[in-house]
Unconditional design. Sequence first.
Length: 289
Amino acid sequence: MKEKSIIESHLVPELETPIRLQEYGVGIFKTLPTKSGFKKAIKKELIFVNDTIGTTALFIKGGETITLYQVNELPKAIDKLKVPLKVHYEDDFLAVIEKPPGVVVSGNSFVTIYNALPQNLQKSTQPDAIRPTPIHRLDYPTSGLLLIGKTSSSIRILSKLFENKEIRKAYYAISIGKMESEDEINLPLENKKAITQFKVEQTVISERFEFLNLVQLFPITGRKHQLRKHLFSIGNPILGDREYHLKDKLLKGKGLYLHANSLQFTHPFTQEKLIITSELPKKFKKIFP
């Protein structure tokens, strides 16, 4: 099985006069320094200009994005990977899937969401289609909605939307202890600004934990373990969190009670307003029916 992935990208500055792609492109990529190598890459359809396949007849005028791809030969064993994923939304450009808890999004492991995506999503028919790629991450023990790009242009644009905070994420967690009904946690993490807003929707009395809260979380920034660290910092750690917990308050064997339940954004190609939600896991409903 073969898939394309991006090696390098180059933004063309303003040019006084147009120049053919095959002439301009010599030396712009570290991994493709020669003229003959660049021409071969064009013929193999590995060079894209503004997400369209480049040709030797194309003139570069300035302002274009030139992208170099490589063809990846995926191990045959990946065809045997069976990780069924619930697909909440899919079109030719992007998808939203539900990540189960206990699976990493990507990395050196064989069983990852990244490796499972080709078996769960339809291949894009767009000219810049590439292997489906997660746009953001969820922690290993966290479940919920994960945004996927299916073309090089969608990956680039969606990543920019995240940077510009134009994609709104919401989570549900079950936290331990008495909490304010709603508040904002403004606590830097790793010397970087980090802000989380929260709203408690329900509270029940617990013999072991005193109080358990169904709390909705809105991360304004996106730092590593932000929600878990922020709730722990105010004395209300997430139930089942093995890294950030109070003494004698760790619930074992049930996993982390943190679920990414909502994504809201404007589709960058259709301009449709998308609001995608996910039901609470069964273990949440056992505590909050």
